[in-house]
Design a binder for this molecule. Structure first.
Ligand code: DGY
Length: 325
């Protein structure tokens, strides 16, 4: 008998066909109230779940006694209680690698956009207010040759370092759990303590996962260590930053600007104080949001789920302790 998969993210027709060949599929089209009610109804029969952007807590998963595997269409796994999943031997997989370059592109887009004030100045043109050549009041700051500080030197951090070092001649400094000699050699990068990086970097970029250890890693004390020229970029998770402290730092001119793709609460409300500051570029969590990469992520998640449901170890198993193979 086919296993039952609950899908809470729409797949392209070829991927849907692939999944339906192997499994009976219930598609939850949207995660609104009606969709959540549909999810509640479907969970008791589910062997597998596939989707993203939904906090799957124990209360929800307790509705799914037959659940064997969850394939998250994301690299971040902060929406899951990993200890609980492991205890229940539910295999959690994610989609690393396929989104690395695209997410680093997003980070670099924010670096360039904030430094050169692209959104603010493009809006002047659009509003018909470009009446003479721009002067110093509208000048930006250079990116090439400036010091790029990367906090969290994982795959995405490395891809950002590659762009900065080879593309823009930027000295690279980084902070992570421990020094990474291979990265240092490849990008001529130097390890720094967190405080030293915050003081020295022209661009402070967060690329680390949200964990109990990294939650609110950057708060008032850390913004105070940055310089008025610092541009702060976050493409990791909003909760790594104390958002109220960031607003204070922007308002007080403690930092020059912020380029943010992630927020404490998403979607970001239009009343967010962040949007009342002129020096913030906010994007709607688009790190991996290109046609090609989202399709690759979905394909990766389908592979992971089908492997798990067939009793094989998924390639991107997150909670390895749950594997009994
Ligand atoms: C990821 O893959 O974790 C992206 O941030 C989307 O959630």
């Amino acid at each position: 008998m086919k296993k039952h998969v609950v899908l809470y993210k729409k797949l392209s027709p070829p991927l849907m066909a692939r999944l339906q060949q192997q499994a009976e599929v219930t598609l939850i089209e949207s995660l609104d109230a009606a969709g959540l009610a549909q999810l509640h109804d479907a969970l008791p029969r589910a062997h597998g779940l596939l989707g993203a952007s939904l906090k799957l807590d124990a209360a929800l998963l307790d509705l799914a006694p037959h659940l064997q595997a969850i394939a998250s269409v994301s690299v971040g796994v902060d929406n899951y209680d990993i200890d609980y999943l492991t205890e229940r031997r539910i295999l959690l997989s994610n989609t690393p690698d396929v989104l690395t370059e695209t997410t680093a592109d997003t980070g670099f887009a924010l670096i360039l956009t904030t430094a050169r004030r692209v959104v603010e100045l493009a809006n002047i043109v659009r509003a018909g207010e470009w009446t003479r050549n721009v002067g110093p009041a509208h000048f930006g700051t250079d990116v090439h040759g400036k010091t790029l500080g990367i906090i969290g030197m994982g795959r995405i951090g490395e891809a950002l370092a590659q762009r900065g070092h080879f593309g823009f001649g930027m000295p690279i400094i980084y902070h992570s759990h421990s020094p990474k000699p291979a990265v240092e050699q490849r990008f001529d990068a130097q390890y720094r303590s967190l405080a030293a990086l915050l003081q020295e970097a022209d661009f402070v970029c967060l690329t680390l996962p949200l964990t109990a250890e990294t939650e609110r890693l950057i708060g008032a004390e850390q913004f105070a260590q940055m310089r008025p020229e610092t541009i702060f970029i976050n493409i990791s998770r909003g909760k790594v930053v104390d958002e109220a402290a960031m607003v204070d730092a922007l308002r007080a001119g403690q930092i020059r600007a912020a380029g943010l793709d992630v927020f404490e609460r998403e979607p970001l409300g239009s009343d967010s104080p962040l949007l009342q500051t002129h020096n913030v570029v906010a994007t709607p969590h688009i790190g991996s949001a290109t046609h090609e990469t989202r399709e690759a992520m979905a394909a990766c998640a389908v592979d992971n789920l089908l492997a798990a449901l067939a009793g094989e170890r998924p390639q991107n198993l997150v909670n390895t302790d749950a594997w009994q193979g």
